[in-house]
Design a protein around this ligand. Structure first.
Ligand SMILES: Nc1ncnc2c1ncn2[C@@H]1O[C@H](COP(=O)(O)OP(=O)(O)OP(=O)(O)O)[C@@H](O)[C@H]1O
Ligand SMILES: [Mg+2]
Length: 345
C-alpha cells in the first residue's frame, strides 16, 4: 500500500535565488496528486527534494518517520528504494538498450537473478506498451516511447511512492489520453502514492484526487481537486483556462501596469471551466483502494472548505458515488498495454 508523504515548511534556494518557501502539504497514502505551476517555479526541484536528491534549506519531508530533507544518509538511502521516479527528460542511458535501461535499477539495487530481472522487465515493458521494443536504443524510438520506457524503469522496483515529472511533454493528444488512463490503472493496480507534475490541463482535470500549484515562490494551494478547480485565485483561473490574461506573464510575473490595463478591460475575471469527472480504472482492473479512503477523508473536511469546493465535492459523491459503491473485484496482474504503433489517424 502507498505511504503518506508529509512535507513541512520546506524552503529551497540556490545561492541568492529563492525557489520556494514554507511549502507544507501531505500526499495522502495511495492517492494521486498533481502539482501545477508555470515553468521555472521549481516543480522539478520540489520532486528532487522529496526524494532527497536536493537538500532544502529548511523544513522536513517525512516518510515512515524518516526525514528525507535532513535525516541520516543511511535512512534516506533506504527510504529512497520506496520511490519510483520518472524524470522530465526520460533520462535514459543512450548507449543501453531499452531492456538494459529498464533493468538498471534492479541490477543496481537488488541481488535478483538475471532470469528474475528478465521477467520483471518484460512485464513492466508490456505494462507501458513497449513489448517487442526491448532491443532498441533510446535514439531509435520516438519521444513518447522514451517517456514510457522511463515510466517502466520507474516501476521495476515496485515503488510505493511514484513521482512523475511531466509525463505528457512531447506526447500527442491521443497518447496523453492513453497515458492518463495508464496512470489511473497503475494506481488501481499497485495502490502507490503518486505525484505528477504536469502542464497538461486534461491530465490535471481527469487524473488526480488532489491538486496543488506552485507560483511566485510559494504553494498557492494544495488539497482535494475540487478546491483548486473552483478556486477564485486569479492565477489558478488563468492557468486552468490557459489564457494570456492574468497574473502569469512570459517572465512569470506581469508588472502592475499590465495587470491594471487588463483589469480596466474587464478581461482579468475568468469563469472556471466545468469540473470533469475523474477517470475510473479500466474494466477488469481492481477498484482504486485509495478512492474510498479519499471519499471519507474529503467528506470529513467538508466544513473547512470554501462553499464552491464543498458543493463540488458533494456533487462528486452524489453523482453515482462510483468509487464507494463498486464492490471489490478479483485483482488482475497486468494492465492492458498501450498500442505501440501509430494508427495513422
Ligand atoms: N541544481 C541547480 N542549481 C541551481 N539552480 C537550479 C538547479 N536546479 C534548478 N535550478 C533553478 O531553479 C529554478 C526552478 O527550476 P525547476 O526545474 O524546478 O522548474 P520547473 O518548475 O520544473 O520548470 P519547468 O516547468 O520548465 O520544468 C530555475 O530557475 C532553475 O534554474
Ligand atoms: Mg521541471
Amino acid at each position: 500500500m502507498g505511504i503518506e508523504v508529509v512535507v513541512e515548511g520546506l524552503t529551497k534556494s540556490f545561492g541568492t535565488q529563492k525557489i520556494w518557501q514554507d511549502v507544507s502539504l501531505t500526499l495522502p497514502a495511495g492517492e494521486v496528486s498533481v502539482m501545477l505551476g508555470p515553468s521555472g517555479t521549481g516543480k522539478t526541484v520540489f520532486l528532487k527534494s522529496l526524494i532527497g536528491l536536493l537538500k532544502p534549506d529548511r523544513g522536513r519531508v517525512l516518510i515512515n518517520g524518516v526525514d528525507m530533507a535532513g535525516g541520516k544518509e543511511r535512512d534516506i538511502f533506504e527510504t529512497r528504494k520506496l520511490f519510483g521516479l520518472m524524470f522530465q527528460d526520460g533520462a535514459l542511458f543512450g548507449s543501453m538498450t531499452l531492456f538494459d535501461n529498464v533493468a538498471f535499477p534492479l541490477r543496481e539495487h537488488t541481488r535478483k537473478k538475471e532470469s528474475e530481472i528478465r521477467r520483471i522487465v518484460l512485464e513492466r515493458m508490456e505494462t507501458v506498451g513497449l513489448a517487442g521494443a526491448e532491443g532498441k536504443l533510446p535514439g531509435e524510438i520516438s519521444g513518447g516511447m522514451r517517456k514510457r520506457a522511463g515510466l517502466a524503469r520507474a516501476l521495476v522496483l515496485d515503488p510505493q511512492i511514484i513521482l512523475i515529472d511531466e509525463p505528457d511533454s512531447g506526447l500527442d493528444p491521443v497518447r496523453t489520453a492513453l497515458l492518463s488512463q495508464l496512470l489511473i490503472d497503475l494506481n488501481a493496480e499497485i495502490d502507490a502514492t503518486m505525484l505528477i507534475v504536469t502542464h497538461n490541463l486534461d491530465i490535471a482535470a481527469t487524473v488526480p484526487d488532489n491538486m496543488g500549484m506552485l507560483y511566485l515562490r510559494r504553494l498557492v494551494t494544495f488539497g482535494p481537486r475540487e478546491v483548486l478547480l473552483t478556486s477564485e485565485e486569479p492565477v489558478v483561473a488563468q492557468f486552468l483556462n490557459g489564457r494570456r490574461q492574468g497574473p502569469i506573464g512570459m517572465t512569470e510575473e506581469k508588472d502592475s501596469d499590465a495587470l491594471a490595463r487588463e483589469a480596466a478591460n474587464g478581461s482579468a475575471a475568468l469563469p472556471l471551466p466545468p469540473i470533469a469527472p475523474q477517470l475510473e480504472p479500466s474494466p477488469g482492473l481492481p477498484r482504486r483502494q485509495a478512492a474510498e479512503r479519499r471519499r471519507q477523508r474529503v467528506l470529513a473536511m467538508l466544513d473547512s472548505l470554501p462553499p464552491a469546493a464543498r458543493a463540488a465535492i458533494e456533487k462528486t459523491y452524489a453523482d453515482g458515488a462510483a468509487p464507494a459503491t463498486v464492490g471489490a473485484t478479483a485483482p488482475t496482474r497486468t494492465l492492458p498495454p498501450l498500442p505501440t504503433r501509430r494508427t495513422g489517424r
